[in-house]
Design a protein around this ligand. Structure first.
Ligand SMILES: Nc1ncnc2c1ncn2[C@@H]1O[C@H](COP(=O)(O)OP(=O)(O)O)[C@@H](O)[C@H]1O
Ligand SMILES: [Mg+2]
Length: 279
């Protein structure tokens, strides 16, 4: 039985750096020798495709099997009848990892899953990974919605290991504690062992007390799984606008903050890869 390392970026909140972290960890892992698949399950706005400068408008007709199909009734038929099904679903990012973009059907797929019997509702993505992803990749990363819907639950069930980026703020402290409790509850419900594997304090401004306190808090609360803080840098947003990660730029094009943020993502990825077991 072939296996693959799996992780999901998940926090029940938007704007904390989930998508940015998924993209940067994916590219860093590729640079560390892994073959990587990124899967965008985070709503339909296709942030990961944008992050890598992929214009799906032109390629849309290529998507004869969008990721939402994995959750639908026709999936078994597609799997049995379409050659190279996974290759048809993936796009090349130019920075190493392959990407399965989000698609407009994800909203409907979430609703339809509500009518699927509980025992079959949450393992669809896990089966997809076992059947098609594991034979081709070393690592798969799911970028999940910022809410606990049926798609997110499929992602958590398939990954088990959660990467939670969080930015400073009193509210985020509650969020972190709540996330830990939520993962425990979901573990009970799904009868699997989900856990925080990497907590990344991100968008950290080293000259702000709030940021320093936040990093200290996360280190105190989650000493085993805290990662390297990622500096707040204009380079992240600027390069996202250009359709690339910090790894897609040469050193002299980055501010020192961008350089530090990139180094942190590299170290966080090493830490994550050390913590993940293939399954
Ligand atoms: N280290 C960083 N420094 C500055 N801005 C960042 C950093 N990381 C992420 N951002 C910005 O924060 C915003 C939210 O990040 P994103 O990854 O989209 O969060 P989420 O996926 O959790 O909604 C984006 O505009 C992104 O450019
Ligand atoms: Mg996002």
């Amino acid at each position: 039985m072939v296996s693959v390392k799996r992780a999901a970026t998940y926090v029940e909140k938007g704007g904390v750096g989930k998508t940015t972290s998924a993209a940067h960890i994916a590219v860093a892992a590729h640079e560390q020798g892994e073959t990587v698949l990124l899967v965008d399950l985070a709503g339909t706005q296709n942030d990961l495709a944008t992050h890598f400068g992929l214009d799906l408008g032109e390629d849309a007709e290529r998507i004869d099997a969008p990721i939402s199909a994995v959750f639908g009734d026709d999936w078994e038929f597609l799997k049995d009848n379409v050659d190279d099904l996974l290759d048809r679903m993936t796009f090349d990012t130019d920075e190493g990892p392959d990407l399965i973009p989000a698609d407009p059907g994800l909203g409907g797929a979430d609703n339809n899953l509500a009518n699927v019997p509980l025992e079959d509702r949450f393992d669809k993505l896990d089966d997809f990974v076992d059947d098609l992803v594991a034979p081709q990749y070393d690592l798969v990363i799911f970028d999940l919605p910022g809410k606990e819907d049926n798609i997110a639950l499929n992602g958590l069930f398939a990954a088990r290991d959660v990467v939670a980026p969080l930015k400073p703020g009193a509210f985020e402290r509650d969020q972190l504690r709540k996330l830990d409790a939520t993962l425990d509850e979901i573990s009970d419900d799904l009868d699997v062992d989900l856990g925080l594997t990497l907590v990344i304090p991100t968008i950290i401004n080293q000259s702000e007390n709030l940021s320093e306190e936040f990093v200290a808090y996360v280190r105190g609360e989650f000493p085993e799984v805290v990662g390297h803080p990622v500096t707040k840098t204009a380079d992240i947003g600027n390069n996202q606008d250009e359709g690339r990660t910090l790894y897609g730029v040469s050193d002299d094009e980055l501010y020192s903050t961008g350089d530090r943020a990139r180094e942190s993502y590299t170290a966080n990825t090493e830490q994550l890869l050390d913590s993940l077991t293939e399954r």
